[in-house]
Design a protein around this ligand. Structure first.
Ligand SMILES: [Zn+2]
Length: 209
């Protein structure tokens, strides 16, 4: 049997003996979870919502995927992991806020921008990132002559807007937003500075918190 990684064993023991709060976890186990906020963020190991928002267990319902993307509502096919998580958060947990959090230096966005992945034999990332094709063409057209870094940031921002737009194609979600029971938000985390900026959907601009 392959040994369980020692670093994980050590870190788990540190958590269990130093940080595990029996009262909090026992209460969560007894009464279940009731987070008010769902965060959709990237798989990127540097962008951890619980760390960024100083969250305790039970406070954030988190879904992470490559480039924090939400596909449009569709019922064809069989396995809709993103849609299942949204459905559970909105209909069962009745979250009040849903935040799409993008970030600087996103590998998924960079791959979409540079078409790097499209030249590999990867089966999944190419198709997944095609969700940003319209946004990519828009950024390429509006950022002619801009640096790659500025273009990447523009597409990272557009990716957040695309996900918010796609979220609103879910009928049960749009209904709750329209009657004020659910608020959608977009935010952007700059890894190097730790700055979080929030999307103003009226202007399309991000402002620093
Ligand atoms: Zn990313």
């Amino acid at each position: 049997m392959t040994p369980f990684p020692q670093p994980l064993t050590d870190r788990y023991r540190r958590f269990k003996h130093r940080h595990f709060d029996a009262n909090i976890y026992e209460e969560l186990a007894t009464y279940g979870q009731s987070p008010d906020v769902m965060v959709v963020s990237c798989c990127d190991s540097r962008v951890d919502p619980e760390t960024i928002f100083s969250a305790m267990p039970g406070e954030l319902f988190v879904m992470r995927n490559v480039a924090n993307l939400i596909p449009p509502y569709e019922t064809s096919g069989t396995y809709h992991g993103v849609s299942a998580a949204i459905e559970f958060a909105v209909l069962n947990l009745r979250i009040k806020h849903l935040l799409i959090m993008g970030h600087s230096g996103c590998g998924g966005v960079k791959a979409a921008l540079d078409r790097e992945v499209r030249e590999t034999e990867g089966q999944f990332i190419t198709k997944w990132m095609a969700m940003l094709e319209t946004a990519r063409l828009s950024v390429l057209a509006s950022h002619q002559g801009a640096s790659r870094k500025d273009m990447a940031m523009a597409l990272e921002h557009e990716g957040i807007k695309t996900s918010l737009k796609n979220l609103r194609t879910f009928p049960f979600l749009a209904e709750r937003e329209n009657n004020g029971r659910l608020a959608l938000h977009g935010a952007y985390f700059d890894i190097g500075t730790g700055n979080l900026s929030v999307l103003n959907e009226s202007t399309g601009e991000f402002y620093a918190l």
